[in-house]
Ligand binder design. Structure first.
Ligand SMILES: Cc1cc2nc3c(=O)[nH]c(=O)nc-3n(C[C@H](O)[C@H](O)[C@H](O)COP(=O)(O)OP(=O)(O)OC[C@H]3O[C@@H](n4cnc5c(N)ncnc54)[C@H](O)[C@@H]3O)c2cc1C
Length: 390
């Protein structure tokens, strides 16, 4: 196999996995990260079956399972009445994958465990890329601290505000939602109180809530409640103690238990880069696309890209166009379309349409063929099968 020099910009979960995959395929890897440490704010945790397959190939799966929570099911709820509408069971995917479940492991754990296995790759923290040059033979970058690096190929995994993408002049087509998403981390046990699974989607015409259980760094378990804010709600109001406690009250938390551990507020976008490659430079993960997090797909698709790209760059004479040809349409069809549909399902305002959406979910759940087909798409297994044929 050819041994190539590969620069990876960004040591988020996608860059760290891309770097590890390239190391495993025998390349010389340099990983550059702007921050001094891995960001541990609460973002992705839901890891879908095809991503678990990749983590198994990379030798990460045992640790990944040990520091996360296995979740076989997910549930849809009507938040207004706090009643469960439907429960989907990944067991229906047995035979399609060796991992008929998702694992809830926080994304900073993945980045750290991948970096810990990089062996003799060079890893530089506090190295913010500010400038990029490339021609037919080489690609080189300059960092804010004056350091310069060059390589045969560069993987831009530097997140939604990607400097790499901006240096290439690639447009980030799409839009930003007017509302923001608020994450409240709490120790209140929604499984004991309401019978929630570790992943729950609660629909409500004014304010929906998604509830997830994660292990936490101490492995003692905690819940993340994700809400939409009102479009006209200021950051200060959304983050105020009174508003947070009122939000917890609306999902059953009794007054004595409304203390919380953390608050995080995120802007939410649906955007896809017009190009995923220019010359020897590739965009991967959030640098290439961003989406609302409902359904847990953004990071998963980024890891599929990282793995795909590492394999492609290991071919003797890689068809470099294949990356964008495969990955861009898959992101639009499976990630953008599904996350927008997921959001609409949760926030439907028309009562008749809401009832219709609930009835449809119940009907899909009760039909074994439709239940499995729904999960094949929602888990990205269908998209990974499609990628193999493209
Ligand atoms: C609330 C929330 C919940 C989510 N839940 C899920 C989920 O359950 N499942 C899922 O699949 N997705 C989920 N997502 C999406 C997921 O968090 C992102 O898709 C993921 O972080 C993308 O990883 P990344 O490595 O591409 O980018 P990032 O995590 O943004 O990492 C980019 C890295 O690049 C570094 N960097 C930036 N600029 C430079 C530079 N110029 N030079 C060097 N380094 C640089 C940054 O410091 C950072 O470390 C969620 C998002 C949010 C907000």
């Amino acid at each position: 196999m050819p041994r190539r020099n590969i620069l990876v910009v960004g040591a988020g979960p996608v860059g760290a996995v891309a770097a590890l995959a390239c190391v495993r395929f025998g390349h010389r890897v340099t990983l550059l990260e702007a921050q001094e440490r891995i960001d541990d704010s609460p973002r992705a945790s839901t890891t879908q079956p095809p991503t678990l397959e990749i983590l198994a190939e990379l030798g990460l799966i045992e640790e990944y399972l040990r520091v996360g929570l296995v979740s076989r099911t997910f549930q849809f709820w009507d938040r207004g009445t706090l009643t469960r509408i439907a429960e989907f069971d990944f067991e229906r995917l047995r035979g399609e994958t060796g991992f008929p479940f998702v694992v809830q492991t926080e994304q900073h754990k993945l980045a750290n465990m991948a970096i810990a296995r990089l062996g003799d790759a060079s890893v530089f923290f506090g190295c913010k890329v500010t400038d990029l040059q490339h021609d037919d033979n080489r690609v080189s970058v300059r960092c804010e601290n004056g350091e310069q690096f060059s390589a045969d190929y560069l993987i831009g995994a530097d997140g939604g505000r990607s400097t790499v993408r901006k240096c290439l002049g690639v447009e980030f087509e799409g839009y930003t939602w007017p509302e923001r998403f608020l994450v409240i981390t709490t120790k209140f046990d929604f499984a004991a109180a309401l019978g929630c699974s570790f992943r729950n989607y609660m629909a409500d015409p004014d304010e929906w809530t998604n509830l997830f259980k994660v292990a936490g760094d101490d492995l003692k378990g905690r819940w993340r409640a994700v809400y939409n804010t009102r479009a006209d709600e200021s950051d200060a109001e959304a983050l105020s103690d009174a508003a947070v406690r009122a939000r917890l009250a609306r999902i059953y938390v009794p007054e004595s238990e409304r203390d919380y551990l953390h608050l995080n507020l995120y802007n939410v976008h649906q955007r896809v880069a017009k190009r995923f490659r220019q010359g020897r430079v590739f965009l991967c993960g959030d640098a290439a696309h961003v989406n609302n997090p409902i359904g847990g797909l953004g990071l998963n698709s980024g890891i599929h890209e990282a793995w795909d790209l590492a394999k492609l760059l290991s071919e003797e004479s890689p068809d470099l166009d294949a990356y964008e040809r495969r990955r861009r349409p898959l992101n639009i069809e499976y990630v953008q379309e599904q996350t927008v549909a997921n959001k609409k399902r949760l926030e439907e305002k028309d009562p008749a349409l809401r009832r219709q959406r609930f009835d449809e979910l119940r009907a899909i759940c009760e039909d074994p063929v439709r239940h499995k087909a729904f999960l094949m798409r929602a888990s990205l297994l269908e998209s990974t099968r499609r990628a193999l044929r493209t």
